[in-house]
Design a protein around this ligand. Structure first.
Ligand code: ADP
Ligand code: MG
Length: 336
């Protein structure tokens, strides 16, 4: 989809380093949570972000929605940077981007009614009279599969799936242009995950929302996304249209993620389908390619040089020194 203007969101060479306590002698040290992350998102499009726990997904989500500042690079929304602007300008901007968090138990204030929770952003932005607020909240609750009467109840009266529906209603109440959903179904029972996923996909399509959908499950990302970025230890190692990535995962890590999926059947799906071994410590990441010590294709070059994202096929970018060799050998495997 091309709409002429700048992309809705552009993330340019973003990095994030946290100052943390090191494991030895309590020295302060640096943890590189994100490095040189770039992508763009157009209006109405969904980008899936996939990777194991600790690879920087939530950090990226918080930077995109300006809850955290990057230590390097810049995020632009409709062409304008989100950093270095006045508090007021940022406050106005935040209306356009909303976040849905993983845990529907801790993200809803237990002392507020559902009506207050969903209507609060309208109140904060002074956007509606009391009556309009009620109307709006009631219709949104219906839209996410709850009922208007639920407005007077409290979060503890709802199941996990219903609570996530409340979070979704709250995220939509200001009519945002971008919704960032950080593993929104990971904390839910497998039986309700699909219902909430279906709801999110319907809403995204009906409202023409742009969405960043974070998950550790490549199949889930494929279900909802136009394109998918695979992250490993703070890097994007592959980014491509969703069907291309799913049909032809090209980075060894993406292939491992896909083949480690235990079953297409949701009830048998593991919570963390990952390649063997643990990801390295981001306080002291490997030189060269960060994936190299778990990669059976690694060669000397992978130890010395960081692989850059290169366009392997139209719109399909891969950061792997071995990509050409590996895709040749894969073709050979297929043709014999
Ligand atoms: P993910 O969401 O993919 O699990 P996170 O973005 O939460 O990853 O974390 C990325 C890395 O940054 C992890 O190593 C994590 O321990 C570290 N990290 C996240 N938030 C902080 C923080 N506020 N201070 C220090 N380290 C952090
Ligand atoms: Mg996270």
């Amino acid at each position: 989809m091309t709409d002429g203007g700048p992309p809705l969101l552009s993330v340019e060479n973003v990095g994030k380093t946290y100052r943390v306590r090191g494991s030895w002698f309590s020295h302060r040290t640096e943890l590189s949570a994100l490095q040189d992350v770039s992508f763009t998102l157009r209006r109405g499009e969904t980008l899936g972000i996939v990777g194991e726990s600790g690879c920087g997904k939530s950090t990226l989500a918080r930077i995109v929605t300006s809850l955290t500042n990057p230590t390097e690079g810049v995020v632009r929304f409709e062409g304008e940077p989100l950093t270095g602007i006045s508090t007021k300008a940022l406050w106005r901007r935040r209306r356009d981007m909303q976040m849905i968090f993983q845990d529907p138990y801790s993200s809803l204030n237990p002392r507020m009614t559902v009506g207050e929770i969903v209507g609060e952003p309208l109140l904060n932005y002074g956007l509606a009279s009391r009556y309009e607020r009620r109307e709006k909240v009631a219709s949104l609750l219906e839209r996410v599969g709850l009922r208007g009467e639920h407005m007077v109840k409290y979060p503890h009266e709802f199941s996990g799936g219903q609570r996530q529906r409340i979070s979704i209603a709250r995220a939509l109440v200001l009519g945002p242009k971008l919704v960032v959903a950080d593993e929104p179904v990971a904390a839910l029972d497998v039986s309700v995950q699909a219902q909430v996923m279906n709801l999110m996909r319907d809403l995204q399509q009906d409202l023409g929302l742009a969405c960043i959908f974070i998950t550790h499950d490549l199949a889930m990302a494929n279900f909802i996304s136009n394109s998918i970025a695979v992250m490993y230890l703070g890097w994007i190692v592959e980014i491509a249209p969703a069907d291309a990535l799913f049909a032809n995962p090209s980075h060894p890590y993406s292939r491992a993620l896909l083949s480690a999926r235990p079953s297409a059947h949701p009830s048998r799906r593991g919570s963390q389908p990952v390649p063997r071994g643990e990801p390295p410590n981001p306080i002291n990441p490997p030189s060269g390619c960060r994936y190299r010590d778990r990669c059976r294709h690694a060669v000397e070059l992978c130890v010395t040089q960081r692989p850059q994202l290169r366009e392997a096929a139209s719109g399909h970018f891969v950061a792997c020194h071995r990509h050409d060799d590996l895709s040749l050998s894969l073709q050979k495997e297929i043709s014999v």
